[in-house]
Design a protein around this ligand. Structure first.
Ligand code: AGP
Length: 594
């Protein structure tokens, strides 16, 4: 949903190669267009265009720009098509102010009209362009850059992380945020700002997190942060423990396949959170109800949480899509724990819901990105230990979320057996990954398919939903996840000769009933791919193809393991189709608009 960076170097070296390196790391946030602005020789230099980073760089040579400070942007279009004119940085009429912005200015049309009335002329269709015009207007009225930005945020409404530079006050970058992420990095060679930490991991590990309405001023001597009353704020400096290599492909063809292969480690590392989770449970005390709130993949992890908590701890548990939360949130009370699951910790729908839930209930965030908005606003935090996830499709963060939920449910219910079983999960995952080549081959069989169904019961139902989401978001093939028993209530009508139906059928209580559902679709001509236990002869005789999982993977922990072949299938089908799994069309990693 757009990414911004900024950098001012302590020495007079060229900043463009560094800006380009940093913004390239944020490509997962937007890949419609890219642009850089630097300052040198009394003027702002801009290079920008629509297209993927490497394409634009090839034609514009983005690293060849003068100046030791500047700002950069990757765009995920909301207002205005992807085009050169709509690309950031945006400037005022005289090119005196350049701005990059992540978010949405909701009242930009009114502001634009007013500014046009005052004689301003606009070039783009974006909401962002009003910002440099406002800053320039306030600077013309005698304000310095910081105060012009302050006045500007008094006028604009919506969500924003903004960075601005001005020819009238060079050698400084001014940045601010509200409801969009922004971090400030203190590096050895200079000072940085970014939407997300992978951008600057190579250059700065000491991070400041500006709060809503605070203004950060970066110059070659350091960073100061002012609150809304112009007082200097003594910000805490937090050190990120992620390494730059963690945000690189390290020899893999795509981030997605690298991240799929990192899942055993993600589970192992997240299991270290056990003590923290026990402390949270002790502190929260008596609970009458738990309510999960999340979107997309995180919603599917939440659904697994409902099954676990209700059956193990007997606590009534709801799962609400964050975007629907405001329509159903009026029954929460102080005996409700509202759990927000989010890999990014910045999803706008979830943040809005968190603000509502904080008024009545205790809140817990299960989040992968340290220092993200949810971690700062929730009462309690479990940090999943998946490391940076760059591929737009969530994979390792999903199993890390599940691991946290399993720990939470098992500790809540004092279920020692489940706690012990969790220790075996990393090895089970690695066993599935050994079948990579086989799954790659198998995926080629489905090149003809336009629709896929995924079926599962009980704990395997959210896995079916997640398998279908993975497929559709990266391969653009229609995938439907269904509760296996629900199919006969309508969707069975869609099952036809050759339609691929993926049946998730681990050994356990639901096995027989799921097998009946498998037979229902098989007898209607479906091409059944079963994900089941190795050595299951009955499955071998009924399914068209099987991916075998270690039979010791019990039904209750199956979601942590059975999702892995589904991720691989989605990945390899996507490659067969010739699409880029890391950058699916229309999507971005972090959705900071409602
Ligand atoms: C996952 O593959 C998707 N890209 C998407 O559904 C994602 O899970 C959703 O946008 C929620 O994001 P979050 O976990 O960062 O809140």
């Amino acid at each position: 949903m757009c990414g911004i960076v900024g950098c001012i170097l302590k020495e007079d070296d060229d900043v463009a190669p560094i800006l380009f390196d940093c913004i390239s790391k944020l490509e997962y946030r937007g890949y419609d267009s890219i642009g850089l602005a630097t300052f040198d020789g009394g003027k702002i230099h801009i290079k920008k265009d629509k297209g993927k980073i490497e394409e634009v760089d090839k034609s514009l040579n983005l690293t060849d720009m003068p100046g030791n400070f500047g700002i950069a942007h990757v765009r995920w279009a909301t207002h205005g098509d992807p085009s050169k004119l709509n690309s950031h940085p945006h400037v005022d009429e005289e090119n005196t102010v350049a701005v990059v912005h992540n978010g949405i200015i909701e009242n930009y049309l009114e502001i634009k009209e007013e500014l046009i009335g005052e004689g301003h002329r606009f070039k783009s269709e974006t909401d962002t362009e009003v910002i440099p015009h406002l800053i320039q207007k306030f600077m013309d009225e005698g304000n310095d850059l910081e105060h012009a930005v302050r006045k500007t945020i008094g006028v604009i409404e919506g969500a924003y992380a903004i960075a601005a530079i001005s020819v009238n006050e060079p050698d400084k970058i001014v940045a601010t945020r509200k409801d969009s992420p922004l971090i400030i990095g203190l590096g050895e060679n200079g000072y940085y700002l970014a939407s997300d930490s992978p951008a600057i991991l190579k250059y700065a590990k000491d991070i400041i997190y500006p709060e809503k309405g605070e203004i950060a001023i970066l110059d070659k001597t350091g960073v100061v942060v002012h609150d809304e009353f112009d007082n200097a704020v003594n910000k805490e400096i937090e050190t990120i423990n992620w390494t730059p290599e963690m945000a690189e492909k390290e020899g893999y063809e795509h981030f997605m396949i690298k991240e799929i292969n990192e899942q055993a480690t993600a589970v192992r590392n997240t299991l270290t959170q056990r003590e923290n989770i026990q402390n949270i449970i002790d502190e929260v005390g008596d609970l009458q109800r738990i309510c999960f709130v999340a979107c997309g993949t995180s919603y599917h992890a939440s659904l697994t949480g409902k099954y676990l908590i209700e059956s193990l701890a007997g606590i009534p548990t709801d799962v609400i899509l964050a975007s629907e939360f405001k329509y159903s949130a009026n029954t929460l009370n102080d005996k409700t724990l509202v759990v927000f699951i989010s890999q990014s910790g910045e999803t706008a729908d979830s943040l809005k819901a968190l603000d509502v839930a904080n008024k009545t209930s205790k809140t817990l965030g299960i989040v992968n990105v340290a220092g993200s908005a949810i971690t700062r606003r929730a009462d309690y935090v479990i940090q999943t230990q998946a490391g940076p996830e760059i591929g737009v499709a969530a994979t390792k963060t999903y199993v890390a979320q599940l691991t946290s939920i399993y720990l939470f449910a098992a500790l809540l219910a004092s279920d020692e057996e489940l706690l012990n079983d969790l220790d075996n999960v990393p090895d089970f995952i690695d066993e599935v990954l050994l079948q990579n080549d086989l799954i790659e081959e198998l995926s080629k069989r489905y090149n003809y398919a336009r629709d896929f169904f995924y079926l599962g019961r009980g704990y395997s139902y959210p896995t079916a939903l997640e398998g279908a989401l993975k497929l559709k978001e990266i391969s653009y093939i229609h995938g439907e996840g269904y509760a296996a028993g629900e199919l006969k209530h309508g969707p069975l009508a869609l099952i036809d000769e050759g339609i691929p139906v993926v049946v998730i059928i681990p050994p356990g209580d639901n096995y027989r009933k799921t097998m009946s559902n498998l037979e229902e679709v098989k007898s209607r001509g479906a091409n059944v791919l079963a994900i089941g236990a190795e050595g299951d002869e009955s499955l071998e005789s009924k399914a068209n193809a099987i991916i075998s999982i270690n039979p010791d993977v019990k039904e209750i922990i199956a979601p942590l393991v059975y999702i892995v072949p589904l991720q691989l299938i989605a990945y390899y089908i996507t490659l067969e189709k010739g699409h880029d799994p890391d950058k699916p069309k229309n999507l971005a990693k972090c959705v900071t608009v409602e």
